[in-house]
Design a protein around this ligand. Structure first.
Ligand code: NZQ
Ligand code: ZN
Length: 387
């Protein structure tokens, strides 16, 4: 078992009407609030009006139009500018992972005198950040309960993960009813994202029974509740359990005592989103089974057997190779059953830039040191197999 430090200072306020706690959450942080949101879904579901009503006593500034795969030049820099010019006390992010991620980068950049990209790329360590409160409207990334954010820079095809303990939200408000309006496409992508977060922690060298049990329970819950939510988008219990699963899937609690895998599917997917601006969870669903097939070996076999027998109920008395192959097939079928396009071509990616992307990933992501190491050639093979 590996040593670990586990620390999550974020307070989760979960359930129906949890938004009523918003003024109390913000009051200790100050009066001047930057409200950040995306392309308008929060207005359609009435949440924007509700927030404005609840915060009538606060001074509200706004940054709208934050894009999926949030962009540095348009959104992060604009948010930092608003914070600096208006002496903002705290940021309130209302939306999905992209709005939360962008807001985290804004919180760090707002209290830094130089170019915020230096913080995001770890050239400089932030000394402080503005406090962040969020209201989550899309269950997927776990950004509401972790200290990471992922920021894209279109001009250089970069999509960079920036992790710093200063970026934990102070409070995250989770009312599953705000996710009723999430489309089938985004619900499916969210499920694939959270399932892959757990797989990235499960497929590793050192692992504990405790972590295995938590991961398996969470994946089973995600599959079950995603299927229900896709059929019945307003099923409260399904949306609620799905939301709780997603929050826990990315904050390290499920892999307590495990060694680090290198998060290979994320490393590969981030390049796909950076080059083609595709939906993160869809890219992961496409890559994951091809990555599994590529890394299956005597060394990795045990993880496949454990995952397949516990998650999909595959008969443990079958030959090992057969169990592993069935595990890969069941994983593929699960994502397919959510309605996710399972080929890169279906999301607009052809062979023309696969070599360039494989090189970018190999140079920037350190996958040669992953649990199942991947060279540039391996990455290219996985991309080709995903076409
Ligand atoms: O922009 P609006 O109008 O709000 O619409 C959004 C967006 O078009 C819509 N949406 C959100 N809530 C909705 C809704 N539509 C209807 N009803 C609602 N209640 O959904 C679309 C996608 O939103 P987005 O925030 O982009 O999705 P998601 O939450 O999946 O976030 C994806 C981003 O998070 C990053 C991804 O790489 C990607 O950039 N990740 C962040 C992580 C983290 N911070 O820990 C980890 C993840 O692995 C991931 O990399
Ligand atoms: Zn993810």
């Amino acid at each position: 078992m590996e040593n670990f430090i586990y620390h999550t200072p974020t307070k989760l306020i979960f359930g129906k009407d949890s938004v009523s706690k918003l003024p109390d959450a913000l009051r200790p942080l100050g009066k001047r609030i930057l409200l950040t949101y995306g392309g308008g879904s929060i207005k359609k579901i009435g949440l924007y009006d509700e927030v404005k009503h609840l915060l009538a006593d606060f001074e509200i500034f706004e940054l709208s139009g934050i894009e999926p795969n949030p962009k540095y030049t348009t959104s992060v820099l604009e948010g930092v500018r608003i914070c600096k010019e208006n002496r903002i006390d705290a940021v309130l992010a209302v939306g999905g992972g992209s709005v939360l991620d962008c807001s985290k980068a804004i919180c760090a950049g707002a209290l830094y005198d130089g170019e915020p990209w230096d913080l995001i790329t770890y050239k400089v360590k932030a000394k402080k950040a503005l406090p962040l409160v969020d209201i989550l409207t899309l269950a997927a990334t776990g950004s509401e309960y972790d200290c990471g954010c992922v920021i894209s820079r279109t001009e250089t095809n970069d999509k960079v993960g920036y992790i710093d303990e200063l970026l934990f939200p102070v409070v995250s408000i989770l009312d599953p009813r705000y996710t009723f309006s999430v489309s089938k496409k985004q619900t499916a992508a969210g499920a694939a994202d959270a399932i892959n977060h757990i797989m990235e922690q499960y497929f590793c060298a050192e692992h504990t029974d405790l972590a295995d049990g938590m991961c398996e329970a969470a994946v089973k819950s995600l599959i079950k509740n995603a299927k229900i939510a896709l059929k019945e988008p307003e099923n409260y219990d399904a949306r609620a359990e799905f939301m709780a699963d997603c929050s826990l899937a990315c904050n390290d609690i499920l892999s307590i005592g495990n060694s680090y895998s290198g998060w290979p599917c994320h490393a590969i997917e981030h390049a796909l989103s950076a080059y083609y601006d595709i939906t993160h969870g869809e890219g992961l669903a496409i890559i994951t089974p091809r990555w599994m097939k590529h890394i299956l070996s005597e060394k990795t076999m045990e993880r496949f057997i454990s995952f397949g027998t516990h998650i999909f109920g595959i008969d443990p008395s079958l030959p090992e190779q057969e169990i592993a192959e069935l595990t890969i097939a069941r994983t593929y079928e699960t994502f397919e059953s959510f309605g996710i396009p399972m080929h890169l071509r279906e999301v607009g990616i052809d062979e023309s830039r696969l070599g360039e992307m494989a090189h970018h990933i190999a140079v920037n992501e350190g996958l040669d040191k992953a649990w199942a190491p991947l060279s540039e050639e391996d990455i290219l093979d996985i991309l080709k197999a995903s076409l």
